[in-house]
Design a binder for this molecule. Sequence first.
Ligand code: 5GP
Ligand code: ZN
Length: 113
Amino acid sequence: MNCIFCRIANHEVPAETVYETDTVLAFRDIHPKAPTHVLVIPKVHHTHVAALGPEDNELKIALHDAISQIIRDLKLDESGCRVVANLGANGGQEVAHLHYHILGGRRLNWPPG
Ligand code: 5GP
Ligand code: ZN
């Protein structure tokens, strides 16, 4: 499958890694929308959050653990940040490999456009 995030997860395409385990990778977004913009992905391909089921519960915990630790490591828990998973056309999802955005370092608008 020609999936850019699978290729990043397999270290075939370079990325600025901020967190890595056997199952989860997090790296800086190539076009940051905020001073801090990190993407958290499962290494195995899933399309989006709604593709995860009970069989993926361990992975869900691993993803959430990653998000929590990255937020603490980057000190975004003090200043605040946003965690977003876009899904499909209406959600504005461009890359069809599950990913969570962590955005911080500036005041973010709500609701998003
Ligand atoms: P989406 O719109 O699918 O929720 O977000 C995809 C994100 O992936 C975008 O913010 C985009 O800038 C980022 N992105 C796309 N291709 C690459 C890449 O090759 N490397 C990195 N680091 N980020 C990417
Ligand atoms: Zn993929």
